[in-house]
Design a protein around this ligand. Sequence first.
Ligand code: NAP
Length: 433
Amino acid sequence: MKTPHVRLGVIGAGNVGRALVELLSDGSRQIALVDGATAVLDIVGVAVRDPDTPRAGIDPALLVGDALALAAREDVDVLVELAGGVEPARTWVETALRRGASVVTANKTLMAEHGTELAQVAHEHGADLLYEASVAGGIPIIRALRTSLAGEKINRVIGIVNGTTNFILSQMTSEGRDYDEALKEAQALGFAEADPTADVEAFDAAAKVQILSSLAIGTALHGEPISREGISAVRSVDVEFARRAGYVIKLIGVVERVGANGLSRRTHPALIPVDHPLAAVHGAMNAVFIEGERSGPLMWLGQGAGGYPTATAVLGDVLHAARNRVSGRHDVPFSVDYRLVSVDAGDLSSVFYLSIDVRDEPGVLAEVAGVFGRHRVSIQSMEQSGFGQEARLSFLTHEAKARDIASTIGDLGQLASVDSIGASIRVIDGGVA
Ligand code: NAP
């Protein structure tokens, strides 16, 4: 039987697009590629903003400047969107899906905001919409959730899904850098953008939490807000306290079932015990830790970014889409569980770490302890460091509601003896994050 051909249109020839074209053109992979796709893959066009600039490893005859026209071309069977952003990427993807072409994308923002509606369009037109590379780059977590864990009840997902912040916090932990130094180093090494807001304020991690939650628990993907806290308030004294107390600080994204129909989705820094598997995720690496009801704990570790690791995940999707086309099938989207109700982050309980700078005067400790008591926050341990105007009190609480911690902090700020209040950071301990 003659081997069929599947024609690919690629939008974007940046870090990921260039690596994908290289993998697809690699002679040593051709047999595996044809085998994986059950077809010969032909790239018929590569859209970039400026098609006149030569791109190493890409035939100039393939370069085009109009991405929408490429998405609309009848000879594109699978469109690979690797440009990023919501618009015009949403329009390109929808255009391809509406004429029955499958789409592979690495675009987490697009999927977090429009994933459910686009998956429906794909289904109605007999096409695939695949997005493995949109969460944790090279880690095949989406396929694992969609297939291997499809029958499991997942109670909690904790991800270290932003390499930039993990690099910054790792440098603060292992090299004793302060936040600003570690951020500058991340920028110099290409791990952080000149404007690091999307990473350090956890917008990037929040989009990935949306995608993980849709697959792990069945929530809709239409841009609903995630409770979001980044790392810019984490100071080197917090990292140092964590180290002495047997923890490391990480930015985590959490999806968690609460009771029968409750759901919490959030990002925040957390103190993680040094013997927890996530504590060993260093530098720009990513990891996803899953607690299934019957499977128990599972963890994936790998590179969350970078041209080749990300292109590997994109390539897996391209082969899957091609194989489906050859056999006349497409993946059916996961259904949404509309019974799920978001639980207010303020109602969730956790052990908290808090640190406050106070004047070292008689009576201050009793005053501070009184504020904790008024808000039903009980103290597990307290450490005092420094003297005089420089004294610092660091606390670990027993389990307390986030709302009570917030009102404790509010009242502590009113005390004349309190100079400043540092980060309040949740502690992952046993079953609580
Ligand atoms: P990038 O290096 O900035 O490349 C973007 C490419 O898209 C460029 O080739 C650019 O063309 C092209 N492009 C942008 N707007 C366009 C338009 N209107 N029309 C035609 N072409 C356009 O981006 P990247 O790092 O490869 O990332 C691509 C996607 O993968 C994003 O969604 C990103 O979030 C996702 N992702 C990236 C990584 C990673 O490690 N980089 C990891 C996971 C997911 P020009 O070259 O002419 O400017």
